[in-house]
Structures are given as C-alpha cells and as structure tokens.
Design a protein around this ligand. Sequence first.
Ligand code: PBG
Length: 331
Amino acid sequence: MTAAYPNLRLRRTRASAWSRALHRETVLTPADLIWPLFVTEGQGVEEPVASLPGVSRWSVEGIAKRAKEAVELGIPCVALFPNTPASRRSDDGAEALDPDNLMCRAIRAIRDACGNDIGVLTDVALDPYTSHGQDGLLDDAGYVVNDDTVAVLVDQAMNQAQAGADVIAPSDMMDGRVKAIRMALEMGGHPNVQIMAYAAKYASAFYGPFRDAVGSGGLLKGDKRSYQMDPANGEEALREVALDLAEGADSVMVKPGLAYLDVVVRVKQRFEVPVFAYQVSGEYALIEAGVAAGVGEREALVMEKLTAFKRAGCTGVLTYHAPLAARLLNG
Ligand code: PBG
C-alpha cells in the first residue's frame, strides 16, 4: 500500500465497466475448461442422470457429437467415464483391459469425428468396472491392495493409450502408479501421451452423483479412506504432488475443487507446474439445487465459482458446467 485515503480510493477503478475490464486480474476462457462426459452402451441413447440435473450419459456416437460441440465451443479437452453394464463388472475389473470396452470405442469415435482438434483425457481406476465399486483389487479382508492394483492400472492405461487417449489421468490414488504408467508408456511406444495425476484426491462426500452416473454407487460398500486422502490434510497433498511429479506426471490435479482452493494455492506456489482442479459432481449438483431453490441466477453462480479456480492459480478446471460456461464466454 503506497497511499492512504483520500489519496487512495480503491473505488475509483471500480466505478465503470471499462475500468473494471481494464483492471481485471483473472480472465476465464473456454480454453480453461475440461468437459467430463459419461459413456453408456447402445445407439442413439441419452440417459439423464437424475442426481446431476442437465447431465446425461450418451452412447458412443453421441459422445462423438459432444466432442464436436466442444471443439465448436473452444473447449480443448473432454474427460471420459464409462457406465459399464452390470453383466461386464467383475471382482477384478477385467473389462478395463478390453480393447473394445466403452472407453476405447468412445476414444476412437471422437478421433474419427474430430481428428486431433480435441484432447481426450481418460480416467484410470477400476471402480467403473468392479462389482464392488472400489478403485482396485481386494484381498480377503476387503483391503484394496496396492501393488497388484498398480499392475492392472498399467494395463488399463496402455489399453487407453492404444485406443488413442491423449492424457492418462489416474484417479485411483495407489502409491507408485504414475511411475509404473510412465515407464510403460515410454517402453510401449507412447512417449507423448501425457499423465495428469489426480495427485491430491480426497475421500470426499461430494462424489455421490458421479457414482450414480457411472453406476458404482449402489455397489460400493464402505468407503475409500484407505487410499483417498483425509480432507483434514494439506501438507500431505504437497507430498503427493511432489511424488507424482517425480514419477513423471506432466500436470497434477486437486479434487474436489472449491473446498480445496487452499491446496491449489499451496501446490501452485510451491511447484510452479500446471495445476488442475476438478469441480466434482456434488459441487455441480449443489449449484443446480441452489438455482432450483432460488438462491441465485445459474449463470452468475457458475461464472463466479469457475473464476475462483483461475484466481487461485488453476491452469484449468474439469467441470460439468463446461458447455454452459463456454457458451456464456463466447457470448
Ligand atoms: C473414480 C473417480 C471418482 C471421480 C472421478 N473419478 C469417484 C470416486 O473416487 O469415488 C469423482 C468425480 C465427481 O464426483 O465428479 N476413481
């Protein structure tokens, strides 16, 4: 601070729209957004997700259309999540390794429709494929085992890379998986495939609607606290990030979003690397519920929250509001 009132009147620069525009520190653009999409079996299928008003699961050709829409809106990347049919879920999640599974077909359909005009980010974790809804393999006591799970995740990541994924995003929180996936990509002829590590992923109560969307919610017994982080921990997030960067991650993610912006700030300041945040399903649903309850205007609520991610230092945001926000930003 160099002056005091009345020499300094901070309201001067706020007095008109041109001046507010000139002094704006943070600008959100469609290029900051990653659009998560849910894939389902069938042809011409659109299934609205009840707990995520405005979000649907699409069959493969519908996913390709959404990707084209993203390109037109200036959204640079989509993130894919499958709703695997119940008959194809198993204890070991082997469906994740099938080169013709929903994910791989969706990747190829996007590639056919959009070429390289869009990035395809794919989630690595077993929960959409397991009959128990956990992200990894269980031992007899029901504990999610680390190293055997990592071996399967490597095969899952390679399966996605072979289908044409651009960004592998491990969301499983096993120890050592980034290094194992990076080595496999290098050795397996995919040196340019990126890894965006879900580095600081918390055992959050805000994932409920997502689990409905991928169909794992009803299957999951217990919780994920033996691998996802304790929401009380910030310092530990820095250790997770340091580890994933050392293991070969190109970018890192903090998840959920808004309640963890302090973690975003700490990660950005400490590491100076690309940091993404995932505005998760429960955050989206809360905004929509607020709109329905008359709390405020959808557009204003959405833009304020997304701008907060940029202000905190995010390189980009995964958000189910991506198409709406891009439309607003494009005027
Ligand atoms: C699965 C995964 C989850 C999300 C992304 N990948 C759920 C979970 O960990 O149970 C949540 C995304 C959201 O809530 O929008 N590994």
